[in-house]
Design a binder for this molecule. Structure first.
Ligand code: MF3
Ligand code: CO
Length: 236
């Protein structure tokens, strides 16, 4: 699984490098498509349950599954970019949230808390733990920062399919669910809201937004559980 996951990391790094004021998310989607094709891989999301693009672009109060469009990015926006690739029989999946220009203090705090919550979750991805120890680590960390964890979308097992069992919620009590074992690979993906955790889906059938209009951030890595601890496969 290192191959598709490295491709995901490389493509996301290139796309993030192209984010700036005035760029559209349709342009970012095209860059992702060109870069994944160069690497002889396929975009994992395009056509998945009818999703129309390769790169999920979720702006400001959009939580996940935003569809690329022609609105130029503006100073003060935050943008979540989620990308998956399929290569040689296996999938990789990762996401980041990036600030555009000068963003508000709360936006910076939200982004850094969400990224940190993914790292604390990854630390729990070890063979002496159970699945919900990952979930609980995210929730405990995020709520200590005064933000809220989205319930309606979860992380997932990943491998020969994009979404495999188990589901990996970002909330829950510790020490329940299956024991983590060497060889499992999980896509861990905290989605964190500035205000209430509640979300709704827009009329396009895909874009999830915060119900109260607050900001939202999303980070994701594909993580292998090994005898030597967690290995992040989507790191550059
Ligand atoms: N990382 C997201 C997930 O695992 C990406 C969804 S892809 C889409 O659910 F095709 F459903 F948009
Ligand atoms: Co995912």
């Amino acid at each position: 699984m290192k191959a598709p996951c490295s491709i995901v990391a490389e493509v996301l790094k290139i796309v993030v490098g192209r984010v700036s004021v005035g760029v559209t998310t349709i342009e970012l989607n095209s860059i992702a498509e060109k870069e994944v094709a160069k690497r002889k891989a396929k975009p994992a999301f395009k056509g998945y349950c009818g999703y129309p693009a390769s790169l999920c672009c979720s702006l400001n109060s959009q939580v996940v599954h935003g569809i690329p469009d022609n609105r130029p990015l503006e100073d003060g926006d935050i943008l979540s970019l989620d990308f998956g690739a399929y290569y040689d029989g296996f999938y990789g999946d990762a996401a980041v949230t990036v600030p555009i220009g000068n963003v508000s203090e709360v936006a910076i705090k939200l982004i850094s808390a969400t990224e940190k919550s993914l790292l604390v979750a990854i630390e729990k991805s070890a063979t002496h733990n159970r699945l919900s120890d990952i979930s609980n680590a995210v929730q405990t960390y995020i709520e200590s920062k005064g933000f809220s964890v989205v319930r309606d979308f979860v992380g997932h097992g990943i491998g020969r399919s994009l979404h495999e069992s188990p589901q990996v919620p970002n909330y829950g009590l510790p020490n329940t669910g299956p024991k983590l074992r060497s060889g499992m690979v999980l896509a861990i993906e905290p989605m964190v809201n500035e205000k209430s955790h509640e979300v709704k889906i827009l009329a396009d059938g895909w874009t999830a937004v915060t119900l109260d209009g607050g900001l939202s951030a999303h980070f994701e890595h594909t993580v292998a559980i090994t005898e030597n601890g967690p290995e992040i496969l989507t790191l550059i």
